[in-house]
Ligand binder design. Sequence first.
Ligand code: NMX
Ligand code: MLT
Length: 435
Amino acid sequence: MKTLKQRFAEKMLPMRDEVKGFLQEHGDTVIHEVTLQQAFGGMRGIKCMAWEPSLLDPLEGIRFRGYTIPELQQKLPKAPGGNEPLPEALFFLLMTGDIPTDEETAEITAEWKKRGELPDYVAQVLDSLPLDTHPMTQFSIGILCQQRDSVFAAQYREGIKKTDYWESTLEDVMTLLARLPAVAAKVYNRTYKNDRKIAPDPKLDWGANFAHMMGYNKEEFRELLRLYLVIHADHEGGNVSAHTTRLVGSALSDAYYSLSGGMNGLAGPLHGLANQEVLRWIMEVKEKLGGTPTKEDLVKFLWDTLNSGQVIPGYGHAVLRKTDPRYMAQREFALKHLPDDEIFKVVSMIFEVAPGILEKHGKAKNPWPNVDAHSGCLLVHYGMTEYDFYTVLFGCSRAMGVLTSLVWDRGLGAPIERPKSFTLQFAKENFIKKG
Ligand code: NMX
Ligand code: MLT
């Protein structure tokens, strides 16, 4: 059997030549005109970035290497007796574009097990942080402090060829991904569980072992975490965590610097932190309205939120214009495993009323729920009530997509990113037709 590295090289090396030839022939082709509104308005919709692992359609949602989430649930290898895809298998797919065999998936599981131990110095760095440090801050520091282990940075100092950068980057990426569950579990256990130590279980796959190290051993929770780690992994290249990871990496900062940067972006409430905000908001609904709200109460609460100038967390999207299929995958999971859960009922009621209210409110271009509107309710059901931690789980998953892209960028020889900026005065003088 060929290794992941060999399979990756087989795909990437011909593509390196293909991209070169493609740009020699078509490099001057205009693919987008940019308006001032876009330049001042978050660069929304400008097609200006190539990204291989996934592609987002506004109406259909995400496809990972061409596969929808239900297709992944059907085609990717699973744990024995399980129904949800293994995240390791998704990583292989993102890297190579091919659905892995059970054997190829097992190779990644084994490799990550081998590399997955938390170094003592990382535990010490985390232990030096005040306990009220946000879990995302701890997570990002836990990643960044491992930069001293970067093989890419060490080899770069020694002077390797540009065409070989991807090999040491892949080394870093494998080590970093392998260790992420241990970093996240350390953050969880020290912040909420009196710093209990749970040794990894070598019999378990990546996701199940992650659940185990956080103290969750029900098979249903393992399945949830596997699904969670798959669906959050990538959302094409323009989202904040992906774009930041790429931008930092484009300066030839190594995988540790790049991912830590991406995670700092994921920690924003308009991006990944929305998953904790959704739960905080639902708990506020339950507290203020006492238990399960009526539809009328909920409608009033939604309007109160909007009228006070806040956003409805978990709703809206910069690209999507329909319900996020990642929301639907989680809803299907809830319908199967926890149909009578009280918070799931509130989440479902919000799904019934919020889109209509947001449409009447008239601001959000997309009134439908995104991935973050659902995840917290599933986690709470299995006892993970510490919602400030939720974005760390998102980060462990997102790392697979953005680090895949980093290895591809190194393979294809991507240059440093450097768009041109301008001032308002410059725009007035240069872009506006006179007379
Ligand atoms: N509730 C209230 N207002 C909203 C919402 C919402 N859920 N979504 C958008 N708007 C407002 C937005 O604030 C903006 O108002 P203003 O003109 O006063 O600045 C207006 O509608 C137009 O925004 P859009 O163009 O529809 O959205 P944009 O592309 O700028 O932002 C989000 C996308 C996702 C940041 C935005 O929809 C939002 O803030 N949603 C709530 C937070 C959230 O769920 N984030 C998670 C996204 C997924 N993720 O994991 O990253
Ligand atoms: C994501 O998963 O990154 C979010 O849905 C945000 C986005 O795609 O812009």
